[in-house]
Design a protein around this ligand. Structure first.
Ligand SMILES: [Fe+2]
Ligand SMILES: [Fe+2]
Length: 249
């Protein structure tokens, strides 16, 4: 089953869309955290749900199945990217298949348009911020890490090139700016995101950026070019007072 632009939300095709955004669900195998009720609440509160990765805790297919079961109570279109945790067990292809089967439009360097809003999504990667970004120098392992960061940025660029609508939201797992990771130990900032993502975002007209990953970070920031950035990890305190943010685009 694929949730499309048709149906209950189509009536708002030319209007503003309420987008619920949330990251870092970390669904566990023991079923400790159920999102069933939250997803039905979100279906009432918003037109589109965006999940910013770490859907599962260890990337186990069983965890993805539990999430898929909870997602049955979500009646609005769902857009998502994966997070680093979704790769942990080495079963990422199975995890992807399960969430897609549950109706999630999984973005890995693509864009999708829903009710007039374009969503460009990619997981992103680590590498650090500003002048302290890790550079491609020295051992092959360091170069490989920088190459991965650059590659994710290029995937984001390709996704943004596909967006045709005036309103565009960038969906990431890793942070594109340091402002929204403030609250985390400064020593781990370079593992929480990369300014390369923001450099790409600022070359396109982007209405809003959402990410997760930095559980102890800060809700709001802006790219150097002025695009609003929201850390929507479920642990972050938000204006809604709920685990999800509500953004109107
Ligand atoms: Fe997380
Ligand atoms: Fe993460």
């Amino acid at each position: 089953m694929t949730k499309t632009t048709e149906g209950t939300t189509a009536k708002k095709a030319n209007g503003r869309q309420k987008i619920a955004a949330m990251g870092d669900l970390h669904v566990k195998e023991n079923g400790g955290n159920s999102y069933k009720e939250l997803f039905s609440e979100i279906s009432q509160a918003a037109d589109i749900l965006v999940l910013t990765g770490d859907l599962t805790d260890l990337g186990k297919p069983k965890e993805a199945e539990l999430l898929a079961a909870d997602l049955r109570s979500c009646s609005i279109p769902i857009v998502a990217v994966l997070g680093n945790h979704d790769y942990e067990c080495g079963h990422v292809e199975e995890v992807k298949a399960i969430v897609k089967e549950a109706g999630v439009q999984l973005l890995e360097g693509q864009a999708v348009e829903i009710n007039g809003v374009g969503f460009a999504g990619v997981k992103g990667f680590a590498g650090g911020f500003g002048r302290y970004m890790l550079g491609s120098f020295g051992e092959p392992a360091i170069k490989a890490m920088v190459a991965e960061s650059v590659e994710e940025t290029m995937r984001l660029e390709n996704a943004l090139r596909q967006v045709r609508s005036e309103r565009a939201m960038v969906v990431l797992h890793y942070a594109p700016i340091p402002e929204t990771v403030v609250g985390e130990p400064q020593e781990i900032y370079p593992f929480l995101g990369s300014s390369r993502l923001a450099e790409t975002i600022d070359r396109f007209p982007v209405s809003a950026v959402v990410h997760g990953h930095a559980h102890r970070g800060t809700y709001e920031g802006r790219t150097p070019g002025g695009a609003p950035v929201y850390n929507v990890a479920s642990h972050i305190e938000k204006p809604t007072g709920r685990p999800y943010a509500l953004l109107e685009l």
